[in-house]
Design a protein around this ligand. Sequence first.
Ligand code: ZN
Length: 320
Amino acid sequence: MTLPHLTMREGLLERVLKEVQRSPDVEIGGRLIGYVREGGFDVLDFIPTGPEPDIATDVELLPDRRYQLWTLDALLDLDGDLAVFGSWHSHIPNGLARFSGQDHRAYAGKMQPPYPYGGMVCGLIHETPSTVEDVRRMLRFAWFPAGAEVGEHTYWPEEAIEWTSAPLNTGMEALLDLTNHEAYLEATGRRLSSLDDVARAMDHLGKRSGHPTHVLRRSPNGERLLLIEEAAGEEGIALEVASDGNARLHLTDEPTDWMPLTRAAGAFEQHLSRWVDVPTEWSHLSPSLVEQLMPIDQADEGITTKPSERRGFLSRLFGR
Ligand SMILES: [Zn+2]
């Protein structure tokens, strides 16, 4: 098949390098923006994943859609000809050298009518780069034609991509900053949720239960939260939440893999129900509940977590 002509701004290589270096354990990526030309695409850069991805694990990425939509609107205010026609993402955390079935389905879903272009430009990187030149070689772009079989795609040969060294205009550069999301946060009045907010939601759910049997603890560095249900199992079971929003279960000596909070919370309640007649409804613990319960007033002190005397495997967590 004939591939559309693809032009890429070199500046995005360094930004991809920074993104994958700061996110080695969970997937990261961005939505490609640029211009649609007769017979091809000019890729200027990408809208980053954003401060609060819906899901970011080693095998799954659902970006912060609110941030991405706000940023796209702001970009279109600067230049109404800009368009979004694809994305790139990293499989470095899992090493998968191809697009996954889930990727195929997601792209097909995005290209349902009235999707205006002939297909999508999708980039994938699965090895760890050390330099910009590594990124140029390792980040492969494929064309997913609209209306084709789900998952059908063709990679651009390396030499088929035309690289340009044009700078990004400063307004755009500010909007696309990888880690500084001030403009977005200020314009929307959003505040990023923290573990204090997760602790508040746990406290809320705990108080709603008739016979709470849980204890809340925080790791010494403040980056983890541990919800222990003492009534379950021999030594209790625990749900651990990290500051990146992912969570895992401690049911035995070996913790489970990290997973999105909602999934871990549901599994936690199920395990608890084996030991307790009417378990606390931990399955309601989700990013949206955390957000609903966030105080308007930023001076809120948060919930204090108490250290407790533990025996057995839970006592070894957080070094106590
Ligand atoms: Zn993928």
